[in-house]
Design a protein around this ligand. Structure first.
Ligand code: MN
Length: 130
């Protein structure tokens, strides 16, 4: 299944690696370097899935999740945190604000795409797109 995936990540090397892996698997990737740009792209482009770092300038990942989940049309889009925050409690906090999963950086390139594609199965078309 080819999907449009939004990658919100302020670290350029991480953003490029994730984008490369997803594009190599046939997906269309949109990338944003901070939470505010990412939120704007999400609303404009209706991606099938969103990957989001937590620690970012302008608008952090928790704020992105809260803003997205407050929009009716965005309650169901798969939202995955990809973050270096992996202390006890970080995963719970991410799930609490609306992330569906919490993956720790550094990512494992060999398994990353499969981990992400698992969330595309739960993709539901937004209202009006059926
Ligand atoms: Mn970051």
């Amino acid at each position: 299944m080819n999907a449009t995936i939004l990658v919100i990540e302020d670290d350029e090397a991480s953003r490029q690696l994730v984008s490369y892996l997803l594009e190599a698997a046939g997906h269309r990737v949109l990338a944003a370097e901070n939470g505010a740009l990412g939120l704007g792209l999400a609303l404009a482009e209706s991606p099938d899935l969103i990957l989001c770092d937590l620690q970012m300038p302008v608008m952090n990942g928790y704020e992105v999740a809260q803003a997205l989940r407050s929009h009716h049309a965005w309650r169901a889009v798969p939202l995955v945190a990809v973050t270096a925050f992996s202390m006890p409690g970080d995963r719970e906090r991410a799930l609490e604000v609306g992330f569906d999963e919490h993956l720790s950086k550094p990512i494992t390139p060999e398994t990353f795409v499969r981990q992400i594609e698992a969330f595309l199965g739960s993709f539901r078309a937004p209202p009006g797109a059926e």
